[in-house]
Design a protein around this ligand. Structure first.
Ligand code: AMP
Length: 120
């Protein structure tokens, strides 16, 4: 992708949710990011925070657009305040061996319970 390309991938599941082509249980939005409930929740609050632009993983996002990463973190904090007590774990799986299955960067907001060491 060059800087003039639209940061979207028609074959990407989360780009299609961002575009409104696929349904999602959206709980919060910002101008540049959206947050929707994980389809297979692992905690009382399990929300995915997704930049609207397509970036593969957190390192790629941080390198290309650190302000957008900051926006994702701010929206995660907002979700945790709205949906739980404001305390949360924010998990970015990066790479298949780390559990990443959707290659559009997303943070898992995990909250609403006492969290042990092992990520949910
Ligand atoms: P990861 O394995 O870190 O890439 O996380 C991908 C997450 O996306 C998983 O927790 C899935 O349960 C979740 N997921 C997959 N499809 C959907 C969907 N259509 N709506 C909401 N969450 C989804």
């Amino acid at each position: 992708m060059t800087s003039t390309d639209a940061r979207t991938d028609p074959d990407c599941l989360f780009c299609r949710i961002v575009a409104g082509e696929l349904p999602a249980d959206v709980v919060a939005t910002s101008e540049r990011s959206i947050a929707f409930r994980d389809i297979d929740p692992q905690a009382p609050v399990h929300v995915l925070v997704v930049p609207r632009d397509h970036h593969g993983d957190i390192a790629q996002l941080a390198a290309a657009d650190p302000e957008l990463l900051s926006d994702v973190v701010a929206l995660a904090d907002e979700v945790a305040g709205d949906q739980a007590d404001g305390q949360f774990r924010l998990i970015f799986n990066s790479g298949p061996r780390a559990g990443q299955s959707v290659f559009h960067v997303h943070g898992h907001v995990i909250a609403g319970a006492e969290l042990g060491w092992t990520p949910a």
